[in-house]
Design a binder for this molecule. Structure first.
Ligand code: SF4
Ligand code: SF4
Length: 101
């Protein structure tokens, strides 16, 4: 049986998921390096020569790190109910990760 987007591979409830806005992604690869679960890869795209980021949603733990690190704001976070997660919810996490506090 295939897990739904709200469930992990083992059927456990997901905390949310990250999604790439392809039009904004430059294929810089920063998110690939920062993702702790290595679930982001760069795939070929007609949008630019570098390609664009692709997130394997089943392995995404919704940790927000890629969304924090993307310099082009090309990654958005979504809650388990499908609603968009307000970046202000993880603004404190962003500051901590960047060493501001
Ligand atoms: S960090 Fe942002 S712009 Fe760079 S590859 Fe990832 S999603 Fe695309
Ligand atoms: S939210 Fe976390 S686990 Fe999911 S793709 Fe981004 S960095 Fe990886």
């Amino acid at each position: 049986m295939t897990a739904t987007p709200r469930e992990g591979a083992g059927g456990q409830k997901k905390r949310g998921v990250a999604r790439v806005t392809a039009d904004l992604c430059t294929g810089c690869g920063i998110c690939v390096k920062s993702c702790p679960t290595s679930c982001i890869t760069i795939i070929e795209s007609e949008l630019n020569f570098n390609g664009i980021a692709h997130i394997e949603s089943q392995r995404c733990t919704a940790c927000n790190i890629c969304a924090v690190d993307c310099p082009w704001l090309a990654i958005e976070m979504f809650n388990p109910d499908g609603s968009r997660r307000d970046p202000s919810e993880y603004a404190k996490q962003a500051k901590r990760l960047r060493g501001y506090q």
